[in-house]
Design a protein around this ligand. Sequence first.
Ligand SMILES: [Mn+2]
Length: 314
Amino acid sequence: MNNKIKNLIKKAKKIIILRHKDPDIDALGSQFGFSCALKQAYPKKTILAVGDTNALNTLQPLDNVSREEYQGALVFIFDTVSKQMLLGDDYTDAQTLVLVDHHLNEPDIRYDYYIKDVTASSCCEIVFQLLTDMNIKIPQIAAKYLLMGIISDTGRYLYNNVNPKTFSVSAKLMKIGVNLQEIYDVMYSESLDMKKIKAYFFNTVQYTKNNVAYRKNDAAFLKEFMIDVHTASRGLVNQMAGAKEVPIWANFTFDDRIGKILCELRARSISIVEVARKYGGGGHAQACGCTVDTWNDTDKVLADLDMIAEANRG
Ligand SMILES: [Mn+2]
């Protein structure tokens, strides 16, 4: 498989690298880690990293391309295989489409090749393996981006997606010359305002009968604290993590861009992905999400999560 991908890359004049919208650091790290490595290995090819950006992107600016430019291009999509996670559908015009992902769900888009490893901690871990198998040298900057993605998707090696390979890949990336302290300084220092928002958030968390922690972030909350949807949704969900009494936590955030509610669902050791799937979403066993239409729907999600919490009460 990786040989086939290498041949595709060798043959392509133009390579467009995408990942899911509202990117997290794993998505950005995969995208820019891969694009920097390819640019160094193939300086004559046109290599473009395309997509939306947000406050998490401390890595690089994105490239702009028109829909026409997808024709004849080799396109990679990282960290998702689902249509609803992608911005637009320009990728459908690609000559060849390669998906690279570590999530459990099956693709609902047409593709030519699919590199899937659900045992990988992160998409960045897969990208490291892919580049290594293809004998493409990973430059220092790419090593930094890939390690950032691994650190981010594992919560600093805390979540149970960490395995021996995660550490060996991290070690190899560090050897290329990554300054870990520099990464941590960028990723884990925040403004005083953000710390205050987190304190307010945590103090207004609610709990179901079986201690599913949840918070409903409405438009007024986002406005009052001047935070964007991504920050409220993905950025705050794990404020509810780490309480002995709480096996499952859910963060519901109104997204005014689509008029729907984003549900970020997390659990410590039980699988809750079936709940995400029931409402049209997906993800990992203990970290998944879905999008629902009304606050009433979020109560249904909560009721399902509460049932799982009750069934698993030890
Ligand atoms: Mn990921």
